[in-house]
Design a protein around this ligand. Structure first.
Ligand SMILES: [Zn+2]
Ligand SMILES: [Zn+2]
Length: 151
């Protein structure tokens, strides 16, 4: 069976354009593979539902960039586009960054979060450990086991 593609290829060979087409395709494929490679270890996201503390306009305000940007909402915005939304995706690696969409996550990942994510995750784990230790320490102090180290 002769496909349209084969016919086009033969015609391009005849006018000596086949080489440039092959080259273009190869560079396109390389570009796609490179992009895929960059997001290969992108952590999965979990939907993070936030209580919406918006103004009277309600959810419609979140779809209007100007209204969203002007809002004095204390909830932090998307870490990608810096707009406020009702629902966010949370970075599955560090669980600190939040995004309105997978596209924003990928953009931020490629824009440097790839490197920062692991560090943020480690810092968060260390902070959680420290908090747990402080709690244990406080409980110990309450039980009358305070030591000289506590000044
Ligand atoms: Zn976004
Ligand atoms: Zn992350």
């Amino acid at each position: 069976m002769v496909t349209k593609f084969q016919v086009a290829g033969r015609r391009l060979k005849k006018v000596h354009l086949w080489g440039s087409v092959q080259q273009a395709v190869r560079s396109q494929v390389a570009e796609v593979l490179r992009a895929l490679d960059e997001v290969a270890d992108l952590p999965d996201t979990a939907v993070l539902l936030l209580p919406y503390k918006g103004r009277a306009e309600g959810p419609a305000a979140s779809t209007n960039p100007q209204a969203a940007a002007a809002g004095a909402d204390s909830e932090p915005p998307c870490d990608g586009c810096h707009l406020r939304f009702l629902h966010y995706l949370r970075c599955g690696g560090c669980r600190q960054r939040r995004y309105c969409s997978r596209a924003c996550q990928v953009a931020d990942w490629r824009g440097g979060h790839k490197e920062a994510c692991k560090q943020m995750a480690e810092e968060a784990a260390a902070a959680a450990r420290a908090a747990a230790e402080a709690e244990a320490g406080a409980a110990g102090a309450e039980a009358g086991q305070e030591t000289e180290e506590r000044t």
